[in-house]
Design a binder for this molecule. Structure first.
Ligand SMILES: Nc1ncnc2c1ncn2[C@@H]1O[C@H](COP(=O)(O)OP(=O)(O)OP(=O)(O)O)[C@@H](O)[C@H]1O
Ligand SMILES: [Mg+2]
Length: 308
């Protein structure tokens, strides 16, 4: 858990973050959105003591960060920085293994972990592990940055636009893979992005900032249907109930029936099901664990709207 209370960070007269209070629950995926310069990176860097605040209190895992040295704190928190920040004189293997090395893992264990991490981010071990950062493309370097942040299996991850330079196909794969891992391993994640689709896909809650302040923190559903003010509304313009349906897996709503015809795969969302119904001209679609009707989807959509 991360708890920030009335935190302010000043640069001269300018407050990059103003009296900001925020709790990120254990195992929560919090996505921070907001315009350039609103204080998103500053927020992350205050949490792991890359920068010191001027006012307020920050707790990580129930401990006041003032009680910890920056280096010690950072060994327990994975951090993907916006500018990637690989060590240029180290090869990929050393870059990924840096925190495990600092934590004095055995060499064998580190090597194995490096291979696993490269596999996870979709880069072939033999091709990449001995490369230097200047021999990587921007998107590849960014993926190594992600691999490095999660290599030591930290409880908390701070990620600053970690997939911004990755091509759309690999980005979607990484997003889905990463979300699956986060759910399984129950990591606490604070994830900064400019990409609204990415935010909606990944977030348990979204935190929207402007000019150093938090405007609204809420589930994507709540934020889409009940934006707190015009700024938030404008940010999510064009998104609506269909977006909410695209965040829900159809298999979670299936009703037991005898399966007829080709089922949609386990990753199909309610939005995919609606599309498929329109394409096939049918009011019932088979899934791997049952079926779902047009009526049921409308009911789900309706109850979302009423709930918020
Ligand atoms: N070292 C510094 N000295 C002075 N001002 C700074 C410093 N670092 C950041 N700022 C200012 O603080 C504000 C917040 O910066 P921050 O990097 O947190 O923005 P951001 O929301 O991450 O933006 P982006 O989306 O462009 O990455 C900006 O106006 C920036 O110019
Ligand atoms: Mg930033």
């Amino acid at each position: 858990m991360i708890k920030m209370t009335n935190v302010t960070k000043q640069y001269g007269d300018f407050a990059a973050v103003k009296k900001l209070s925020l709790t990120v629950n254990q195992a929560e995926f919090l996505v921070v959105l907001g315009p350039s310069g609103c204080g998103k990176s500053t927020l992350l860097r205050l949490i792991n003591k890359m920068i010191e605040r001027d006012e307020g209190e920050i707790q990580v895992g129930g401990v006041n960060i003032d009680e910890l040295k920056g280096e010690e704190l950072r060994k327990t928190i994975g951090y993907v920085i916006q500018s990637i920040g690989l060590f240029p004189h180290m090869d990929v293997k050393k870059n990924i293994g840096i925190v495990p090395h600092l934590l004095k893992w055995e060499e064998n264990k580190i090597n194995k972990r490096v291979d696993e991490m490269l596999l996870l981010v979709g880069l072939e071990t033999e091709v990449y592990k001995n490369k230097r950062p200047n021999e990587l493309s921007g998107g590849e370097a960014q993926r190594i940055g992600v691999a490095r942040a999660i290599a030591s299996d930290p409880e908390i991850l701070l990620m600053d636009e970690p997939f911004g330079a990755v091509d759309p196909i690999n980005r979607l794969r990484l997003q889905k893979e990463f979300r699956k891992i986060q759910r399984k391993l129950k990591k606490t994640v604070v994830f900064v992005t400019h990409d609204i689709d990415e935010a909606l896909l990944l977030a348990d809650r979204i935190c929207i900032m402007n000019q150093g302040e938090i405007l609204q923190i809420a589930t994507p559903e709540k934020m889409l249907l009940h934006p707190k003010n015009d700024f938030v509304k404008e940010f999510f313009k064009g998104e609506g109930i269909l977006t909410i349906l695209s965040r829900k897996l159809a298999v979670d709503y299936a009703e037991p029936t005898i399966l007829v015809g080709e089922p949609l795969d386990e990753n199909a969302t309610l939005r995919d099901v609606l599309t498929e119904m329109l394409l096939r001209g049918e009011e019932m679609i088979t899934l791997i664990n049952g079926s779902i009707s047009w009526e049921k989807i409308l009911k789900i959509a309706g109850s979302e709207i009423n709930e918020f």
